[in-house]
Design a protein around this ligand. Structure first.
Ligand code: HEC
Ligand code: HEC
Ligand code: HEC
Ligand code: HEC
Length: 178
């Protein structure tokens, strides 16, 4: 073993030491203070998430100011659907108990597009049983109307079977159990 070999070994060992030490320093600098308090994540993230303002209300948050729509919605087949899915978020509409902004209200063709986001037979990702679907334009052809008809011309948007049940009652065409 000559000196130059020892020297080289020393240089390698010192380099490893410097790298490892430097690595530990950098790690300390980069890891946030609250990391690991509860588990392998930043404990402060919990507090931060809790402070994010809530943007959505529940359906109940709409009911007191919209008793007319609420009453129809609660009694229809859409009673489980969130008002905000179709209208946008509470926070864009109400602040401190007062109306502060306008929510979008879909019209005409937009309504058909909205309905078909849940009711189109083309949606293959879920089982038909979960939500009843219709094939377009067959559903309209079956009713003997022009295929330019929008869904809300026959279905009440807030209780989609409202008029249909009423029509069946009038004509006496109620099926057993409906
Ligand atoms: C399936 C989607 C859908 C759901 C769920 C829904 N709405 Fe609507 N809503 C609509 C559409 C579409 C219109 C426009 C109806 C039209 O023009 O025929 C509308 C109209 C309205 C209007 C009248 C707006 C205007 O100025 O004409 C109000 C108010 C309203 N909805 C409130 C609610 C509330 C409150 C809820 C929950 C209880 C709710 N909606 C649930 C789709 C929905
Ligand atoms: C503090 C009372 C209040 C609450 C809570 C409230 N609204 Fe409204 N909203 C109003 C008023 C006032 C209007 C305008 C007059 C009207 O159409 O009845 C309105 C109008 C609307 C409209 C028509 C478009 C517009 O913005 O003018 C829609 C759609 C609507 N609200 C949906 C909702 C939904 C969905 C919720 C629950 C997430 C909700 N509202 C909660 C007071 C309220
Ligand atoms: C967010 C998804 C969603 C949207 C958007 C939606 N629906 Fe529904 N709809 C449902 C669910 C869930 C039911 C209850 C389960 C069922 O009956 O299939 C339902 C029920 C219905 C029914 C009753 C089916 C039956 O025989 O019981 C009709 C009709 C209907 N919706 C039409 C519409 C129309 C028209 C629109 C557009 C204004 C619309 N839906 C928008 C989810 C949705
Ligand atoms: C011309 C009137 C008319 C129009 C427009 C219309 N429907 Fe219907 N729809 C009906 C009638 C009537 C029924 C009930 C059929 C029955 O009981 O056999 C029905 C039933 C349904 C059902 C329940 C199907 C089932 O398997 O029980 C859904 C979902 C539905 N419609 C969604 C829609 C959607 C989405 C649109 C718009 C793309 C739409 N409808 C447009 C008249 C209409």
């Amino acid at each position: 073993m000559d000196l130059s070999y020892r020297m080289r070994l020393l240089i390698v060992l010192i380099s490893i030491g410097v790298l490892a030490g430097g690595g530990l320093v950098v790690k300390r600098l980069l890891i946030p203070d609250s990391f690991g308090v509860y588990g392998p994540y930043r404990a402060d993230a919990i507090v931060e998430a809790a402070l994010v303002p809530i943007r959505h209300g529940t359906n109940a948050s709409c009911f007191k100011c919209h008793p007319y729509e609420a009453n129809i919605h609660k009694n229809g087949r859409h009673h489980t659907i969130s008002c905000e899915f179709c209208h946008g978020t509470y926070a864009d509409h109400v602040k401190n108990g007062k109306k502060t902004g306008t929510l979008p209200v879909k019209k005409g063709k937009e309504i058909t597009t909205l309905c078909l986001r849940c009711h189109n037979t083309e949606i293959k990702a879920r089982k038909e049983k979960v939500i009843k679907t219709v094939a377009m334009p067959d559903h309209l052809k079956d009713q003997n109307v022009k295929i330019t008809h929008n869904c809300n011309q026959c279905h009440h948007v807030h209780a989609p079977l409202k008029y249909i049940i009423r029509a069946k009652q009038i004509t006496g065409l109620m099926e057993a159990g409906s």
